[in-house]
Design a protein around this ligand. Structure first.
Ligand code: AN0
Ligand code: CP
Length: 336
């Protein structure tokens, strides 16, 4: 592996998840691999999990890590080509990315969308310019459109839970229903986490036995690029269900997330409280586990009773961010 910005950089998803679980079991087995190698983590937006879990993963592999909050601590960056830089931007991304590439062996970049212009956000300019100019491998720490480290951690978590509850001899539990549910939020949030989760869920091989459903109010349809795969590709498509109660029936995993509209780009069309995840909603499921990438707003997205309840796996899920980052960094280091 060279770069990691999407599930498309992964050759074999089953194998990757198995290998990540081996990293979790023996986290320090490759302490020599990263010796004298430096990971640079560049943030243009806030982060708790991504920042700390990726550092921890790099440390487990023996790497050194340098972190910069480029939006606050660096020069203001120009991203457009051919402009006369007579405004506030002091440095162009061409030089900034290339210079960071001189100091680091691998670079991670977090750059959220602005949610003003769909074409612009979906061009993922910052990430793509790092890929173009850094001269070293680049990993996404959540771009304007995708959050692959999160989705890999989500898949590791689902696999761990399923491994702990193997199917009965009658075959019950062989298939597993995973539901991504929109939930209300006071702010306009990116589509990166749901896009990415959907991209991974539709790319997992059929042998995983996952039936993937997305439920949201009308108007919150995600970019079809991430929810449906071309016919004949051998993999699945997400089933879209507008009735949340209907979608929850028989679910084994409920993954809650708010996102702003893709159609009416960046808009928060609804704050319908009836979409909040409560015990009453969870009672419709097959005793489903509750997932969320965090940070989560309590009693807005999910009720305390669910988040604090026995079926919430959000902390395990956040813990697995280490091993999702660790297996990817390991694969890139092996290629350096
Ligand atoms: C961000 C998002 O929704 O993309 C980061 C999630 C990992 N969340 C917020 O801004 C609250
Ligand atoms: N889930 C996640 O990426 O969290 P942070 O934004 O805190 O990194």
């Amino acid at each position: 592996m060279i770069n990691f910005t999407s599930v498309k950089d992964v050759e074999n998803i089953d194998q990757l998840v198995l290998e990540a679980l081996v990293e979790k079991k023996f986290p320090f087995a490759n302490k020599e691999l990263g010796r004298n190698k430096t990971l640079g983590l560049i943030f243009l937006n806030p982060s708790l999990r991504t920042r700390l879990s990726t550092q921890r993963a790099a440390q487990n592999l023996g790497m050194d890590v340098i972190v910069m909050n480029l939006d606050k601590e660096g020069w203001t960056i120009e991203t457009k080509d051919g402009v006369i830089m007579d405004g506030s931007a002091a440095e162009h991304i061409k030089e900034a990315a290339a210079v960071i590439g001189q100091y680091c062996d691998i670079i991670g970049v977090r750059s959220f969308p602005k949610l003003l212009n769909r074409e612009e956000d979906y061009s993922d300019e910052i990430l793509n310019k790092f890929l173009k100019y850094a001269g070293v491998p680049v990993v996404s720490l959540e771009s304007a459109t995708l959050h692959p480290f999160q989705s890999l951690a989500d898949l590791i978590t689902i696999t761990e839970i399923r491994n702990a509850n193997p199917p009965s001899p009658s075959g019950e539990g062989k298939r597993c229903k995973v539901v991504l549910s929109w939930a209300p939020h006071p702010k306009n949030l990116p589509q990166a986490v749901p896009n990415s989760f959907s991209e991974w869920m539709t790319h997992v091989p059929k042998s995983f036995g996952i039936d993937f459903v997305i439920t949201h109010p009308e108007g919150y349809e995600l970019n079809p690029l991430f929810t449906s795969l071309p016919l004949g590709s051998g993999q699945g498509s997400a089933k879209i269900v507008y009735n949340q109660d209907e979608a929850f029936k028989g679910a084994d995993f409920i993954y809650a997330k708010n996102w702003s509209s893709y159609k009416e780009y960046g808009k928060n069309l609804s704050q319908d409280k009836s979409w909040m995840i409560t015990n009453k909603k969870m009672a419709l499921t097959n005793n489903a586990k509750f997932m969320h990438c965090l940070p989560v707003r309590r009693n807005m997205v999910v009720a305390d009773e669910v988040l604090d309840g026995p079926n919430s796996v959000v902390i395990q899920q956040a813990g697995n961010r280490i091993y999702s980052a660790q297996i990817i960094l390991k694969k890139i280091l092996q290629n350096l």
